[in-house]
Design a protein around this ligand. Structure first.
Ligand code: PHE
Length: 337
């Protein structure tokens, strides 16, 4: 009996390597694994064996059956997978388009802005989103009672005394001055936070790109020139700009730069609040107190600073007239850019 089992085992093992299709595998199953198959036939013979041999032969036979079944199931899975033949492929189905990812439009605009400033000789620096009162306000010459410090404008971090989400990228000016001696020509892009009502024009979280230029005898004319060259390269040489006097605690004199509204071409509309102009940047000559806070002698050096709102620039370039559309993450909007 043991020899018979051994013979069947040899036979089965010899067959294994030649089974390379589902048909051959089915043949294998019908021959060995069904009720009328070879293995069951030996099980039937077991019954008439003497008691001493029965358990030994039974064990051998069980092992053989288990081996054959495992082999069958494994190979069945493999062959099934590779069985998609040409006749099953529908050549008339429309092809699957590869969806190529891309950068978010705001990131694309930011990269373009950075590229232009780098070509003008600026380097790039970054600072933390979570700032302290000193860098966000005090060192930037904000008087203690300045309304921007108010809870209404600033997100304070409740559990950490004196920490807040930066309300602008200007604190990075101070951080750059703390680590660098003039001449300084640096831009500082980043995200900023303000506790503002969300509307088509403003969000509570947006991006700015700060610029700082410090050297001997830097003039307001250079500030204007740099901003104009940048803006014309960004918007085209026929776009119109204007500078308006303004106020920031950290610059003196200060100005705001406007661009002629892209939507109404200066006629007046919802986006420009019917003025025909859109504010795109704040700027000015760095206040002597700010230079001092950064460890730079205001008698020896002067400088200018500017801050562009990136979403505003992105709206102008993409024609998107509601700032919220950038962050709704609607793929139908984003994939247009
Ligand atoms: N920090 C100012 C703002 O957020 C912009 C600005 C930057 C103004 C640099 C002057 C100089 O509105």
């Amino acid at each position: 009996m043991i020899e018979k089992i051994q013979a069947l085992k040899d036979e089965i093992q010899a067959q294994l390597s030649s089974i390379d299709s589902l048909d051959k595998l089915e043949e294998f199953r019908l021959k060995h694994l069904v009720k009328k198959g070879t293995i069951q036939a030996l099980f039937d013979e077991l019954k008439s064996l003497p008691k001493e041999i029965k358990p030994i032969a039974g064990k051998e036979l069980n092992q053989l059956r288990e081996f054959a079944q495992n082999f069958y199931h494994e190979l069945f899975g493999k062959l099934k997978q590779s069985k998609i033949t040409e006749s099953q492929i529908d050549l008339t189905l429309p092809g699957r388009k590869n969806f190529i990812g891309r950068f978010h439009p705001v990131k694309q605009i930011l990269d373009e802005m950075v590229e232009i400033f780098i070509s003008m000789g600026f380097s790039v620096a970054e600072g933390p989103d979570i700032e302290d009162m000193y860098h966000n306000f005090d060192a930037l010459n904000f008087p203690p009672e300045h309304p921007a410090r108010d809870m209404q404008d600033t997100f304070f971090i409740a559990s950490e005394d004196g920490l807040l989400l930066r309300t602008h990228t200007s604190p990075v000016q101070i951080r750059v001055m703390e680590h660098q001696k003039p001449p300084i020509r640096t831009i500082m892009p980043g995200r900023v936070y303000r506790n503002e009502a969300i509307s088509a024009r403003s969000l509570a979280e947006f991006h700015q790109i700060e610029g700082l230029y410090i050297d001997k005898d830097v003039s307001f004319a250079e500030l204007k020139g740099t901003m104009m060259v940048f803006a014309k390269r960004m918007y085209g040489f026929d776009s119109k700009f204007r500078f308006r006097p303004s106020f920031f605690p950290f610059t003196e004199p200060s100005a705001e730069m406007d661009i002629s509204c892209f939507l109404c071409k200066g006629q007046g509309c919802r986006v420009c609040k019917y003025s025909g102009w859109l504010e795109i940047a704040g700027c000015g000559m760095v206040h002597p107190n700010v230079l001092k806070a950064g460890g730079i002698d205001p008698d020896k050096y002067t400088g200018y600073a500017f801050g562009f709102g990136i979403e505003r620039v992105a709206m102008l370039r993409t024609g998107i007239d509601d700032i919220r559309l950038f962050y709704d993450n609607d793929i139908r909007v984003l994939k247009q850019f």
